[in-house]
Ligand binder design. Sequence first.
Ligand SMILES: O=C(O)CCC(=O)C(=O)O
Length: 365
Amino acid sequence: MAELVVDGSRVLLRDGADEVVLPALWLRQYSAEPSELDEITGQRLFDPHLLPTDLAIASASVDAGMLTVSFSDGHTSTYAGDRIAALRTLDDGVPAPKPWRAGDGIPAVHPWSSLDDPVTERTVLEDLLVHGTVVLDGVPTEPGTILTAARSLGFVRETNFGELFDVRSMPASTDLAYRAVPLSAHTDNPYRVPVPGIQLLHCLVNETTGGLSSLVDGLSAAQILRDEDPVGFDLLATVPVRFTYRDAGTEIVAVLPVIALDRVGAVTGLSYSPRLDEVPLLPDDDLRRYQAARHRLSELLASPELAVEFLLEAGQLMVFDNNRVLHGRTTFDPNEGPRHLQGCYIDSDGPRTRYRVLSRTGGAR
Ligand SMILES: O=C(O)CCC(=O)C(=O)O
């Protein structure tokens, strides 16, 4: 349990042997006094960017766990220890992703009714955030129900395909997803900026023997590639490729690397679509290295060690982080019977928001 300590003009946060100085400028900008912070919005009423760089602590004291600090600009503020501790880490309030492989029992299947109860809904969201995917079972096969699911998890991201899109075999359609061809693991719509965050796919009917769904965790595949071939991994994380969607009234283009990294170099996801990527002109050696890396990545994404393949049954709806968990399907024969899925997108921050709210209030909508 961290405690606040005043040592002369220094204020410290002490947790066992761990001790950190809380500088005047840092404390001052987190003043929650009514003159500085709006009680309703939690937004600042002053501009901390204009604080003087030579701001100092004039005096400080701790009483019953509450810290009171007077600053050289004449302002005095009181702080609770737990607020200081929470501000120190700037945690984003959602569970961290945990890479998975085939055999880990992912995706977890939850009943559709889970979304009606705050406790079970939070479990569904936690699964989605940690593993990047969940399946909902027992979803009514009424067309359009996917929008109800999407709206309970976030806000629907409408695209040129509409609020939702129908996945069924249609000759001469403008996307291969709407033919009976197999689709290897891919990111949907990597040509958009931003790439759709979360995808939902709801099976209304599948009376064919094919059309199996597949999911694979891009984080696991990228980690293996990074361990095996760091140079090739770096090429995939730095060389921008172009993705394009074009039809009579639309032309959407994005240029970005296949592997996305955060500011500390950790993989956040993939923009991967072998049927769409256009590689720039590279020197022959670099292109061979690049080719070896994407070849290996392709093998990993299809490998039985990483990828799960299953029949998404009528009434099942899979939800996945489109930037992290890649999806695909096997071929099917439309002459065997109907196969009809509906899909839509929501932004990534929808389920995150919902998870934080459920964690905060214990569930009230
Ligand atoms: O038909 C399916 O199961 C998946 C379709 C698909 O991959 C897509 O719509 O992007």
